[in-house]
Design a binder for this molecule. Structure first.
Ligand code: SF4
Ligand code: SF4
Length: 327
């Protein structure tokens, strides 16, 4: 029987998730829960219900149908879900004629996902693109990820994955050699801060990154750091991250990503509190102010801020203006 997985969504013709045009397969489920997560709808593995307030006509059908009495009207006629009572039976989705109650996640076989991927094959050919596995965490459904990568490889499709590496080393050994490019997150070098803000240890992640470096294709590793004020934006953490990357043989790029609040809408729809209400979003300039000092040293990899190159392994520091960084 074909392997099945819970897939959050499949995005086509993405330009920011690897070389060329990519089809991005978002896996549902994550072992961590980072406070700045931009896809909270990917965190839980099972399919789950969410509410689109703007579509709701306050008919009350979902409230009457819910067998767990998990739903109620708010004072302004909208619907609130008691997450502790909800069993994700989806009866409220079935009875809502206005599609205000919907489901995150879909069970799919490898063949079904491949069918979606093949629709974009022509774009891969002309742009050097391919498939990127993302999440959530791919390692919550490793068997499926491996089977899907095997199919892509058999079809000559370029493979990439965005990975947290918070998993058993055995899973790393199964997946990494099948990837043409690996995006690996380093969130924070302090074990205490990492545990506090993500719920998991960074010891396992850093050890797996070293392992991935040993078994990956040449220069396949691109490290990404989401920069969040008060979490990992201090000079000592930034320097420690770069020095760790310099110890890898196949790290081609270190990229800093300014913290943004794009996930906040999904938190509202899931009716979960947003963990970083007090944190300001950053732009490239804010990040450059914190990590720009790295560009005055020598590194064996390129350095970018959200796609913009600020240091080249070949030619060193690249001069960028405040206007360019803020654009
Ligand atoms: S069934 Fe749909 S439209 Fe009616 S109250 Fe529930 S969410 Fe709103
Ligand atoms: S998914 Fe089921 S338990 Fe949860 S709110 Fe809807 S009807 Fe109630």
């Amino acid at each position: 029987m074909s392997e099945k997985a819970v897939i959050l969504r499949i995005e086509r013709i993405s330009l920011n998730d690897g070389k060329g045009m990519r089809t991005v397969v978002f896996f549902k489920g994550c072992h961590l829960h980072c406070a700045w997560c931009s896809t909270p709808e990917s965190q839980k593995l099972p399919r789950e219900v969410y509410y689109k307030k703007e579509r709701c006509r306050s008919c009350g059908a979902c409230i009457l149908r819910c067998p767990e009495q998990a739903l109620a009207f708010t004072a302004d006629g909208k619907v609130v879900r008691d997450q502790k009572k909800c069993r994700n039976c989806f009866h409220c989705v079935d009875v809502c004629n206005f599609r205000a109650q919907q489901i995150y996640g879909r069970e799919m076989t490898v063949e079904e996902v491949m069918k979606e991927i093949r629709k974009d094959e022509i774009f891969y050919f002309f742009s050097d693109g391919g498939v990127t596995l993302s999440g959530g965490d791919v390692f919550c459904q490793t068997d499926f990820a491996e089977a899907l990568l095997d199919e892509c490889i058999d079809s000559g499709i370029d493979t990439c994955a965005e990975l947290d590496l918070y998993t058993d080393p055995e899973n790393v050994k199964r997946i990494i050699p099948k990837l043409d490019m690996v995006y690996a997150d380093i969130k924070c070098m302090s074990p205490t801060m990492h545990k506090k803000w993500t719920g998991g240890s960074n010891g396992k992640i850093l050890a797996n990154l070293k392992l991935a470096d040993e078994i990956c294709k040449k220069d396949a590793i691109h490290v990404r750091v989401p920069v969040v004020e008060g979490v990992n934006d201090k000079a000592d953490n930034i320097l420690a991250t770069a020095e760790f990357c310099a110890g890898l043989k196949n790290c081609a790029e270190l990229e800093f990503l300014p913290y943004h609040r794009l996930g906040i809408h999904a938190y509202r729809q899931l009716q979960r509190p947003y963990p970083l209400e007090d944190r300001k979003p950053m732009n490239r300039f804010d990040v450059y102010e914190r990590m720009g000092f790295l560009c005055d040293r020598e590194w064996p990899f390129d350095i970018r801020i959200s796609g913009m190159e600020v240091y080249s392994a070949e030619s060193g520091k690249i001069n960028v203006t405040e206007e360019e960084l803020k654009a």
